[in-house]
Design a protein around this ligand. Structure first.
Ligand code: PHE
Length: 384
């Protein structure tokens, strides 16, 4: 008799475990949208981001999913640009019916997407968009449905200003893309902080993203002969400017922000430079070591060696975990409740411990990375 009951019980337990593993626990799937720049000017950003999110999805699905449902990731190519990102977001929301979006990567894409999601009550978390206006509107009011997993540009600009001042540099030239929210915000932040720290901005020039010849600006840089050339743009532009600056004999130390972070950064063009970033792969914290192992097991580089996750992959993994944990904690797919749970979360991420301030921004340290001898080397960690 007892034996029979226990056999039936055991069968029931096994059956429910199988159901949970297949997503049958709560029934069906939960769709998560990902806006990722897989094509366009900065495709490594999209690839890394998708890889980071996919590891989180795999791990959560293996544990039974969210609210007993398997996660179904719906990826849309948003190209690091406003119009394609808005179209991709509308498609995810209206056609695919997602209620949760991870993305975009680039601030100029995440800002217009944030307008849509806040109208439609779709919960958005950007892994990496650092411009201050991603999570707050023009009046400084926090957008209720938009969060991010990264620090913001006023801090990132301050980090490099402090780093430059700490090296004793007194003069800097700033050049940036006038049409890119990210580079504009970072240029402003660096200028403000560097000046406050006693430095002097000896020149400031803008360009547009289609530019490939920077000789007019670099001639001015050579003439003003600053100690620092601050270039807060993405790796594709850094590769061009860095090479041309070396040709022109510019001796200023190039500095920039997280946008330099790419497997396709030309380390010869960037040689001698420094940039602020969200994490450093050589960090010895166990959570980082563990992350490198997981990522390297799933993804290989061109030589077939374990691929080292960049900051984009890492923040994408953290952002996905934050979102999934918040939905799970809310106990419902209701986006208002999930947003409340996210605002209150405390999460040990690979990029650091994450809790949100009133503007939905995590407060985290930045790593300054140097490019020396063709290698990326950790220079300094700067806390808020
Ligand atoms: N911070 C950049 C932006 O807001 C995106 C980015 C993050 C790029 C991290 C590279 C690494 O546009």
């Amino acid at each position: 008799m007892f034996k029979k009951i226990s056999t039936v019980l055991a069968l029931l337990i096994v059956a429910s475990m199988v159901l949970a593993a297949c997503g049958g626990g709560g029934g069906g799937t939960i769709k998560i949208g990902l806006l990722s720049p897989l094509t366009g000017a900065v495709p490594t950003f999209g690839q890394s981001t998708q890889e980071g999110v996919e590891i989180a999805v795999k791990e959560w699905n293996a544990k039974g999913g969210i609210l007993g449902k398997q996660i179904e990731l719906v990826v849309a190519d948003s190209q690091c640009s406003a119009d394609p990102a808005v179209n991709a977001a509308n498609k995810l929301i209206d056609q695919d019916k997602v209620k949760f979006i991870i993305g975009e990567v680039c601030s100029s894409a995440s800002i217009p997407v944030s307008e849509i999601v806040n109208q439609k009550k779709i919960l958005q978390i950007s892994p990496t968009s650092t411009n201050a206006n991603v999570t707050v509107d023009g009046n400084g009011v926090t957008k209720p449905f938009t969060f991010r997993a990264c620090f913001i540009d006023p801090f990132q600009g301050l980090v490099m200003a402090k780093f430059a001042a700490g090296k004793g540099y007194k003069t800097a030239f700033v050049m940036y893309d006038q049409g890119n929210d990210y580079t504009v915000g970072l240029a402003e932040a660096f200028e403000k902080s560097f000046t406050e720290l006693g430095g002097q901005i000896v020149g400031k020039e803008t360009y547009v993203k289609e530019d490939t010849d920077f000789s007019a600006i670099l001639t001015k840089v050579a003439e003003t002969n600053p100690e620092v050339l601050y270039l807060p743009d993405y790796y594709n532009i850094v590769n061009l400017v860095g090479a041309q600056a070396k040709d022109k004999g510019v001796t200023a130390v190039m500095m920039g922000g997280d946008g330099w972070d790419s497997a396709d950064l030309d380390v010869n063009a960037a040689e001698g430079g420094f940039y602020s970033n969200h994490y450093f792969a050589g960090d010895t914290r166990p959570i980082v070591v563990d992350w490198l192992k997981k990522y390297g097991a799933d993804y290989k580089d061109a030589n077939g060696d374990p691929k080292v996750p960049d900051a984009l992959a890492t923040l994408a993994y953290d952002a996905a975990n934050l979102l999934f944990a918040a939905i799970q904690a809310a106990g419902t797919e209701d986006t208002t409740k999930a947003a409340e749970a996210l605002a209150a979360i405390s999460w040990e991420g690979v990029s650091g411990k994450i809790t949100f301030d009133a503007q939905h921004n995590p407060i985290k340290s930045a790593a300054v990375i140097g490019v020396a001898g063709g290698q990326l080397v950790f220079a300094e960690s700067i806390a808020p």
